[in-house]
Every structure is written in structure tokens, then in C-alpha cells.
Write a protein of this length. Structure first.
Length: 186
């Protein structure tokens, strides 16, 4: 399966496709993917960075300068710095997280991988992610690219989404199901 068979749409899809094409021409898929992962994890850790990206009150020049400084500090590649600079100048930074996700989908399709999203109550260790990845790989008979997120409200357990399929083994869902079952009793 190639990236041409994957559909990404909207603002994020157009920008992700452009970055995908640029990184393909420059033969920098791995570098760009690593840089985008770094940016995404930095956004997950920093509320200030999220405010910078999402705030319409900050001018485009200030956003571009601030993002350039952050990316310089992170040591990301020139291609990603120029891309994020263009996104900032075009006043589209609010869509950066979706652009990163769409780029990941395109890259996974190019590599023949299936993207699986794993949501857990706490951050998973590398060994746990590897175990999930190998279990999914054997179940769906394809290479798997994992996107891991944390949602404290799950209490425990996991939610795994692969394509249109979802397995929800979170404690939150089990408690909700028990609550609904108890309403029918008595």
C-alpha cells in the first residue's frame, strides 16, 4: 500500500501531503518523522506551547519567531523548521497536531504499515508498547505503527483503535457497563 492510496483531507491533509512530498524528495522520511514526534511530545508536555500554537491573539510574526526558537532548541531539521515557519506565516499553527498525525498516516502507508492508536491511563513504557505492537502485528498480519496517547479518565486498561475497529478494555468503560447493568436490576 502506498501513500497515494491513503486519503487525508482538509487543511491538515494538504500541509501533511506537501511535507510528505518534500521529505520524499529530500529522502528524509525518518528525520522528519522523528522531528514531528519530538514536536508532538513537546506539545503534549507544554501547555504554554499549546497556547502559542492555538491562540489567535498572538500575531503570526510572534508565533513564527517563538516556534523558530523552540524548534532551534529542539534541534529539528531545517526542512521541518521551514515547514513549521510556513505554517506559522500562513496562520495555520492551530492545525499542526493534525498535520503531524496525517503525515504519520501517509508515512505508515508508504511503509506498508497499519496505524494503531493506543490510549492508556498512564504513559506506557517502551517494553509495553513493543508488546502491544507485536501482539497487533500477529493479529492483523501487517506491520504496525503505534500512536500512544494518555487519558487519565480511563482509570486503567487500554483503548486500541486500528482502522475502524476498536477494543476498549478500560476500567472506565467497564464501570459504565456495570452501572448500566445495575440500572436494569430490581
Amino acid at each position: 500500500m502506498s501513500a497515494e492510496n491513503i486519503t487525508v483531507s482538509g487543511i491538515s491533509g494538504r500541509y501533511a501531503t506537501a511535507l510528505f512530498d518534500l521529505s520524499s524528495e529530500a529522502k528524509q522520511f525518518d528525520t522528519v518523522a522523528a522531528d514531528l514526534t519530538t514536536i508532538k511530545s513537546m506539545m503534549a508536555e507544554s501547555d504554554d506551547l499549546v497556547r502559542l500554537v492555538r491562540s489567535p491573539l498572538i500575531s503570526r510574526d510572534d508565533q513564527a519567531k517563538a516556534m523558530a526558537a523552540v524548534l532551534e532548541k529542539l534541534g529539528v531539521s531545517d526542512l521541518v523548521r521551514r515547514f513549521v515557519g510556513t505554517v506559522a506565516q500562513n496562520r495555520r499553527l492551530f492545525a499542526l497536531p493534525d498535520m503531524i498525525d496525517d503525515f504519520g498516516k501517509l508515512l505508515a502507508a508508504e511503509r506498508g504499515e497499519v496505524v494503531a492508536k493506543v490510549i492508556s491511563a498512564k504513559k506506557l513504557s517502551d517494553s509495553q508498547l513493543e508488546a502491544i505492537s507485536s501482539a497487533l502485528k500477529s493479529a492483523i498480519k501487517s506491520d504496525v505503527s503505534l500512536e500512544a496517547d494518555v487519558d487519565d479518565s480511563l482509570i486503567g486498561g487500554l483503548i486500541v483503535k486500528v482502522g475502524s475497529r476498536m477494543v476498549d478494555s478500560s476500567i472506565r468503560t467497564k464501570l459504565q457497563n456495570l452501572k448500566f447493568a445495575m440500572k436494569g436490576v430490581g
